[in-house]
Design a protein around this ligand. Structure first.
Ligand code: G3H
Ligand code: 13P
Ligand code: ZN
Length: 311
């Protein structure tokens, strides 16, 4: 099956009360772990690439690795640009064959966000590519943008109709209390999401796919393994998975996960070296990392996203 856009995927997800996982990819083992999980669970997948990933792996390598994933599976796969910083970043991904891009102009003023997004939508739609935009700002770090918790702001439901109508974007990322990275809530703080905002946005935009960024749950068993074998991850608290499950039954059709893959990968590698200090063949420890990523993605598909057997 060739690369697809997310249009049909989101239509089915919205109607079916589930979400599609958008997993960040940086290297071969991560891509393989994710797509093996998707294939075994017969789940659609979004493989997303950040600017940092393109810089790390070289855009050509990543593109061909994703094409290899498509060639060796028969599930629908979207190749998505994560957090496109400006028109040029989105144009470059579209010209490279991405089927979906995110323009993240959420740190600009409302009207400027509209103008930038509109320009990307025009270029993308002419080439059959879909566009995710963002309204509201999440806390956390992604590439060059570091938004402090006090500067993050929730999406205003009053703005979503005007924004989607004027921009023509295909999906909308909103801020309801999730944030990027492994440290989402302070120790002792009770994780909370603004489901009232999500519900209101869903009412204002019936049938329109909503995206949740910063949706890692930071599995405590894996953090414990990292710390047991020499790591130091202080009190990492993520989004409870039952909240993500609930969001997936509402208007949320795409759930972004990166940090959990990093945690699973690091736990596997640390455990491997603790148990086999004599190993030096990367296939041995990266093989464990790939298996851990696969197990984590299967769990997300089956127990959190609800996208099993929806390919
Ligand atoms: O939202 C950001 C993603 O986790 C990508 O992270 O920019 O470090 O590749 P990165
Ligand atoms: P996490 O850091 O919670 O995994 O979020 C990833 C993300 O939103 C990528 O765009
Ligand atoms: Zn994000």
């Amino acid at each position: 099956m060739p690369l697809v856009t997310s249009t049909e995927m989101f239509k089915k997800a919205y109607q079916g009360g589930y979400a599609v996982g958008a997993f960040n990819v940086n290297n071969m083992e991560t891509i393989q772990g994710i797509v093996e999980a998707g294939q075994e669970c017969k789940s659609p997948l979004i493989l997303q690439v950040s600017a940092g990933a393109r810089k790390y792996a070289n855009p050509v390598y990543l593109k061909h690795l994703i094409e290899a994933a498509v060639e060796t599976t028969n599930i629908p796969i979207v190749m998505h640009l994560d957090h496109g910083a400006d028109f040029e970043a989105c144009k470059s991904a579209i010209d490279d064959g991405f089927t979906s891009v995110m323009i993240d102009a959420s740190h600009h003023a409302f009207n400027e966000n509209i103008e930038i997004t509109k320009k990307v939508v025009a270029y993308a739609h002419d080439r059959g590519v879909v566009v995710e935009a963002e309204l509201g700002q999440l806390a956390g770090i992604e590439d060059a943008v570091n938004v402090k918790a006090e500067d993050a702001c929730f999406t205003h439901p009053d703005e979503v109709c005007e924004f989607t109508e004027k921009t023509g974007c295909d999906s909308l990322a909103i801020a309801i209390g999730t944030s990027h990275g492994a440290y989402k809530f302070k120790p002792g703080q009770k994780p909370q999401l603004r489901f009232d905002i999500l519900e209101e946005v869903g009412k204002r935009l019936p049938g329109f796919p909503i995206v949740l960024h910063g949706a890692s749950s930071v599995p405590q068993d894996k953090v414990a393994v990292i710390n047991q074998f020499g790591g130091k991850m202080p009190d990492a608290i993520g989004i409870p998975e039952e909240m993500l499950r609930q969001a997936a039954t509402m208007a949320v059709c795409k759930i972004n996960i990166d940090s959990d893959l990093r945690v699973a990968c690091t736990a596997a590698v640390r455990k491997h070296f603790a148990e086999h200090p004599d190993h030096f063949d990367p296939r041995q420890y990266l093989g464990d990392a790939r298996a851990a990523i696969k197990e984590l993605v299967k769990h997300k598909i089956v127990d959190v996203l609800g996208s099993e057997n929806k390919a």
